[in-house]
Ligand binder design. Sequence first.
Ligand code: NAD
Length: 335
Amino acid sequence: MNKDEVIVVTGAGGFIGGSLIRYFKEKGFTNLRAVDKKPLYEWYQVVEGAESLCLDVSEYQNCVRAVENAKEVYNLAADMGGMGFIEKNRVECLRSILINTNMIEAAYNAGVDRYFFSSSACAYNTDLQKTPDVIALKEADAYPAMAERGYGWEKLVSEMFCEEYAAERGMKTFIARFHNVYGPFGTWDGGREKAPAAMCRKVISAQDSGNPAMEIWGDGSQTRSYMYIDDCTKGIDMIMHCDELIATPINLGSSELVSVNELVDNVEKVADYKVERSYDLDAPKGVAGRNSDNTFIKKMLNWEPSTPLAEGIAKTYKWISQQYSDRKAGKRTVS
Ligand code: NAD
């Protein structure tokens, strides 16, 4: 692809979309269009040289504007957050269906060459995720369908849109199921943050206040894998440019499975500080266990996300620490 072709990323005021724009800029692309509904001052990253548009892409006419002259479209816009958000805002999560429905139609009508949809591990059948000793989820495990209520069903139906636009209209669509992405420039406070960022913030705050008490949601035995942001952006690029993956959902996640307690151990190690843990068994905790089976991605791309959790947490912790002190000093911060 020529470096001056138009690449559009929606949700670019958020964590992964903003990082993806930066990734393409660093690769030398010169015609980047970042789109998000938030006002510009709330964007997590505004990448210099990219066209930054504030548009709500749940509305069709805004999608038409967003995809003008585009060669590739990466749809990462969604109303989402960590477990605390998605368990309490199912209607909002379901309403993200409008985003993909309108974006894919506008992209198709504009003759876009390739279209990427960011799905989620929440699309998998929840019946397979009832114990912490999970068998890693492979792509076929989304069916028979019993996705996570709200957010997961929206992702599954949007995947279906991508599959049918390819089958019926010959559009090149690509679908990745992300498993818990974390890293610098991610939401770290305010209710939408995910576990790695929340743990970092809580440890930093405990240390800062001198009160080591820290509450953990659930009993700490829930297991997950966490993918570092640089693996996510690289994986998106590789998936989008692999023709054998047209209309084929694929896992994009780390296969390093840890419990929430082990995640906290990692953060404590980086911080060189021990918290006193208590467990809120009534808090939102999601499924008991979930991991990414990477057999398919390794076969198709000869690659898988591989940043070790300890390494990614060290970078994330450092960034959140800086955000925390900036906020204390009255400076503007992300989230
Ligand atoms: P994020 O919340 O940081 O970014 C999403 C962005 O989309 C936000 O900036 C939001 O303002 C924007 N948005 C929402 N509705 C919009 C609309 N109608 N029009 C324009 N912009 C709109 O989330 P993220 O972590 O960067 O996630 C990006 C994508 O990846 C989402 O589709 C999400 O569901 C998916 N995903 C993320 C994870 C993860 O761990 N972060 C896991 C699985 C899937």
